[in-house]
Write a protein that binds this ligand. Structure first.
Ligand code: BV8
Length: 228
């Protein structure tokens, strides 16, 4: 199971590419690359501080909650990888969430490379609670950086018999390549998205509509089958 910004849209978290999306106000290269951070760290910290603060004002929606229910029944037979850096999957009841692009509510120290749960701002460059250096950055994967846990993800894609993609435009790699890889490994592939994504033609089946409607309906279908 792969999710993207679309699953959090109905919770009020802006997506990236839609009108009024995150990238509307900012150029990716100005806020989401290591070079941007070296060039203008205050601008980058402010961009993520604002998103971190906004996270406290939103709630998980029925799509997140449905995946929480699915995990309760399927346990380890469900591997949930998300491109999202919000914590709405966890607040929606999912306990095992693989954040391949990092987490807003975590700070990463560039000096000691250790992580610290973080809910406040980083723009005033506070000291790292572990090593004392003022080298804390958002624990997110920027463009040009290697996503987290790719080995585990590729392993799960190889053993999957069903690959489901929810709320993603299929514009960013390596996530956008997962459907092809999973399909080549024999998995059936399903897209649940508001509208056809860039890779929609690569899926065996595609259902289009809001995740808050599609995902609970699909989970009830699966659980109906499981519990029958
Ligand atoms: C890497 C964290 C090497 C920070 C993010 C191959 C070809 C071309 C380019 C590349 C390539 N390989 C690598 C690249 C470069 C680059 C890339 O892909 N560039 C793109 C722009 C072309 N990739 C990288 O740099 C990656 N690193 O490749 O390292 C490597 C690779 C493999 C193994 C080893 C080494 C790192 C990329 C990660 C960057 N960080 N996020 C932050 O959040 O600020 S990416 C960020 O943007 C998100 O995490 C997400 O991944 C992406 C946004 O995409 P979506 O989540 O899909 O959101 P979007 O708005 O685009 O779409 C929303 C969708 O939802 C839409 O389809 C919409 O219709 C739908 N929707 C809307 N509302 C709803 C809905 N659906 C249902 N219900 C609704 N209500």
């Amino acid at each position: 199971m792969l999710t993207g910004a679309g699953i959090s849209a109905e919770s009020g978290v802006p997506t990236f590419r839609d009108a009024d999306g995150l990238w509307e106000g900012h150029h990716v290269e100005d806020v989401a690359t290591p070079e941007a951070y070296d060039r203008q760290p205050v601008v980058v910290q402010r961009f993520y501080d604002a998103r971190r603060a906004a996270l406290a004002t939103v709630e998980p929606n029925p799509a997140h909650q449905a995946l929480g229910r699915l995990e309760d029944v399927l346990g380890d037979d469900l591997f949930l990888v998300t491109q999202n850096i919000d914590d709405l999957h966890e607040r929606g009841g999912s306990h095992h969430v693989h954040h391949m692009h990092g987490e807003l509510l975590q700070a990463l120290c560039r000096a000691c490379e250790r992580r610290t749960p973080w809910t406040g701002d980083l723009v005033d460059f506070p000291a790292c609670p572990r090593c004392g250096h003022t080298e804390l950055r958002p624990d997110v994967v920027w463009f040009g950086e290697v996503p987290y846990g790719m080995d585990r993800i590729m392993l799960e894609l190889r053993r999957a018999d069903l690959f489901v993609s929810i709320g993603t435009s299929g514009a960013v790699y390596p996530a956008a390549g997962f459907v092809q890889y999973a399909g080549q490994q024999g998995a059936r592939t399903l897209e649940l998205n508001l509208m056809p994504s860039e890779g929609s033609h690569l899926f065996d089946e595609a259902r289009h509509g809001p995740a808050g409607v599609l995902v609970p309906a699909w989970v009830d279908e699966v659980l109906g089958g499981v519990q029958a």
